[in-house]
Ligand binder design. Structure first.
Ligand code: HEC
Ligand code: HEC
Ligand code: HEC
Ligand code: HEC
Length: 339
């Protein structure tokens, strides 16, 4: 939804625009932006800021790790009971405000079982907790030392984020967001007669379409990162290009370590889709969803224009690597369609 808002706002830009110097001094890297467009988008975000429910009275500071508190806590055992409750309220607002707790939990008139792993969304959510912890702890050079990301950054109150991708064919450029690395396409010499550039036209086309995909994800031009006279030259590139490269590595790690291993968790049973109508099918080649720069950035050079609503601060569930509580069931999947 955010991207819809941003697109609508940029379609009719009012002058004057600002010219922002992005590169090192002297290399003439400039980027044009319209401050009013940004302001509109930030206001649109502020209007949708979710209210996280306060912690109910009577919930103490006892650690979740205490035996007897919970039965099946595998990654949030480092929290106090109060933090745990706050976290459950927060993920409900961030991911499934309409469905509520039972989007992930078995909460019916006849049975209430928060410990059960029977619904696939709970298995996905547990993996998402681990992914967000990894991103905030180990990739702070990209997502910021004191900021980081939370579930809202990507989900924005919807179970399925706006931007993700599947395979369309084996060699599609988006594979660079997953497991491809051979990126350099510019030859080391100017003229073909002076030496060889072994890169194919197909590779080059792929590289450029990826660059366009990246630019759109951030809502910027090529010159936000490059000196367009010498695309390959790192010395003359803007510092944002280095940040982008770190983002690329972070993204590959997140896709390989967290999204791809969920392959067998996504339901294939059509009946399960019926209870989760938002859930798209697997891709045309049968693979599960994978992330891209736009999953977080959604058309902004910093996700949510760095609005605190998508920071991880004050959520120990998201800023520390978690651990199971003392009585947690073994990590092996124990039942549930997806398990
Ligand atoms: C987006 C998915 C999601 C939503 C929505 C959600 N939870 Fe959870 N909940 C989880 C996950 C994942 C775990 C397991 C965490 C772990 O393994 O460390 C969990 C665990 C729990 C547990 C511990 C159960 C036990 O004995 O092991 C309780 C209690 C709980 N949630 C309550 C709630 C309540 C109350 C709500 C609604 C306000 C809620 N949850 C909403 C994903 C969710
Ligand atoms: C970096 C982006 C990102 C972040 C951060 C993120 N998610 Fe996700 N999440 C995704 C993507 C992409 C999908 C796959 C979309 C789909 O189901 O097709 C997904 C799917 C899910 C689903 C399954 C939705 C469904 O109905 O199939 C749940 C539940 C979920 N995430 C919970 C969480 C929770 C809880 C957090 C925070 C701890 C979180 N996510 C943080 C990107 C993210
Ligand atoms: C957000 C920053 C960013 C933007 C915007 C961006 N690029 Fe890049 N570009 C990079 C990074 C990072 C690499 C290096 C990737 C690698 O080495 O894996 C790169 C590499 C390249 C290369 C390959 C250079 C070589 O070594 O052969 C070309 C060509 C290129 N970009 C062109 C473009 C074009 C054209 C655009 C605009 C459509 C663009 N880029 C937009 C960050 C960016
Ligand atoms: C997990 C979410 C996430 C993903 C995925 C992600 N980013 Fe970021 N990115 C962030 C956050 C958060 C910041 C802002 C950090 C801050 O405020 O200091 C950021 C900042 C940046 C910046 C610096 C902007 C500036 O002007 O300082 C660039 C450039 C960037 N990202 C490029 C990329 C590219 C390119 C990709 C994909 C290859 C990508 N990011 C993927 C979360 C993400």
């Amino acid at each position: 939804m955010a991207s819809v808002v941003v697109v609508a706002a940029t379609a009719c830009e009012r002058p004057p625009v600002d010219v922002v110097q992005t590169g090192f001094r002297g290399v003439a890297l400039e980027y044009v932006e319209n401050p009013r467009t940004l302001e509109d988008s930030i206001n649109a975000i502020n209007d949708r800021i979710p209210q996280v429910q306060p912690i109910p009275a009577g919930v103490g500071d006892l650690p979740v790790a205490d035996p007897g508190t919970y039965e099946n806590v595998q990654v949030l055992g480092h929290l106090s009971a109060a933090e745990f409750t706050l976290t459950m309220n927060a993920v409900t607002q961030w991911v499934a405000p309409e469905a509520g707790c039972n989007y992930c939990h078995v909460v019916g008139p006849d049975s209430v079982n928060y410990a059960s792993d029977a619904i696939y969304t709970k298995l996905v959510a547990r993996r998402m907790f681990q992914m967000v912890q990894d991103i905030n702890v180990n990739w702070s050079e990209h997502v910021g030392e004191d900021r980081g990301v939370n579930c809202w950054t990507c989900h924005q109150g919807q179970p399925v984020p706006t931007n993700y991708w599947f395979y369309t064919d084996e060699n599609q450029p988006l594979r660079w967001y997953l497991d491809r690395d051979d990126f350099r396409v510019q030859g080391p010499v100017a003229l073909a007669s002076q030496g060889e550039n072994l890169n194919t036209i197909k590779q080059t086309r792929g590289a450029y379409s990826l660059m366009i995909n990246m630019s759109n994800a951030l809502g910027v031009n090529c010159t936000y990162c490059h000196n367009s006279a010498r695309f390959a030259d790192w010395d003359e590139s803007a510092p944002q290009r280095v940040t982008a490269l770190r983002g690329l590595r972070m993204l590959r790690n997140a896709n390989m370590e967290y999204m791809v291993p969920l392959q067998d968790v996504w339901p294939t049973d059509v009946a399960e889709y019926a209870s989760h109508p938002d859930r798209p099918r697997l891709g045309p080649l049968g693979d599960g969803p994978k992330m891209m720069c736009a999953t977080c950035h959604q058309g902004a050079y910093k996700p949510q224009y760095s609005n605190p609503v998508s920071w991880a601060e004050s959520f120990n569930a998201l800023t520390q690597l978690g651990r199971p509580h003392a009585t947690a069931a073994p990590a092996a999947d124990e039942g549930g369609e997806g398990g």
